[in-house]
Design a protein around this ligand. Structure first.
Ligand SMILES: [Zn+2]
Length: 291
């Protein structure tokens, strides 16, 4: 396989602190980072996936689901996961990629590649797919929906999880899942809904994966959603290199920062860190077949 350490570079600087935050205190009960993008270089001194996984293991983050967003990064995810037991892969065309692919007449070919990758042994989810009404305007929405439906079908046919990206499209995502039938293991990545959506989604048996956003000052609505989410439906993730949790918000994010978010989740749920870590790890095992 090809083994470039990075496939992409994160360009945004806007004056933020480009140094990696220090290692947090290690968790005693290990967890997984259920959504990360280690193929993206970030910071002044980027950490490649091996360094990332080493640092993560040193603080009790046992492994990561490495997520692709297009053909190239999905292939990298599948190939890299096949070489390291600390990594599983998710493969998909991002909802904001789909309209551009469709406009060039390349969507079906790209979906065929995703379908092939989804059949590989270490690929345990189709994602991130879904709907994004924030970045994609009216003219791209038909292609985005067609791509989402195709990804749902691929996940069901391969019997693996679905990782959903839902940005400002809660109603349409819900409508689509109920209309075409959700895969048995469906995960809302970087959950951004309110308590109502959390209740509805978990009543259907879907998982909600919380990222560093839940630690942000202005995220009281998200914390309300967390309070009504049963522990049996809860996952934790970074979405690194984006969305570093408080108190290191804005700096490069990394799987080794999961303990910060896990502890914040436990505080909101009013339970101890170990009990919550054990619950989210059991959920990660059920959703992605880590064990
Ligand atoms: Zn992501």
């Amino acid at each position: 396989m090809t083994d470039p350490s990075f496939v992409r570079q994160r360009h945004v600087t806007d004056g933020r602190d480009l140094t990696y935050p220090p290692l947090p205190e290690a968790l005693t009960v290990p967890v997984y980072d259920n959504h990360t993008h280690l193929e993206i270089a970030d910071g002044e001194q980027p950490l490649d996936y091996r360094e990332q996984l080493d640092r993560a293991s040193s603080v009790g983050v046992r492994g990561v689901v490495q997520v692709g967003n297009d053909v190239e990064t999905s292939r990298w995810s599948a190939e890299t996961a096949a070489t390291d037991p600390r990594m599983l892969a998710a493969v998909a065309l991002h909802p904001n990629e789909a309209p551009a692919l469709a406009a060039r007449g390349e969507l079906d070919d790209a979906l065929a590649v995703i379908d092939e990758l989804a059949g590989r042994r270490r690929v345990r989810a189709v994602g991130e797919t879904g709907l994004d009404h924030y970045r994609t305007g009216e003219d791209g929405r038909a292609a985005q929906l067609r791509s989402f439906e195709a990804h749902i079908e691929i996940a069901k046919r391969h019997g693996i999880a679905l990782q959903i990206h839902d940005r400002d499209a809660h109603g349409a995502v819900l409508e689509t899942l109920l209309r075409v039938g959700a895969p048995e293991r469906t995960v809302f990545h970087c959950f951004s809904g309110d308590a109502g959506l959390a209740k509805l989604a978990t009543d259907h048996g879907w998982y909600l994966s919380f990222a560093g956003t839940v630690t942000f000052k202005n995220a009281e609505g998200l914390r309300e959603a967390l309070r009504v989410t049963p522990r049996s439906r809860l996952l934790v993730e970074t979405d690194a290199p984006w969305l570093a949790p408080a108190p290191v918000r804005g700096r490069p994010n990394a799987p080794y920062l999961v303990p910060l978010t896990l502890r914040a989740l436990a505080a909101v749920k009013g339970c101890d860190d170990d009990a919550l870590a054990a619950a989210v790890t059991a959920n990660a095992n059920r959703a992605f077949g880590w064990a």
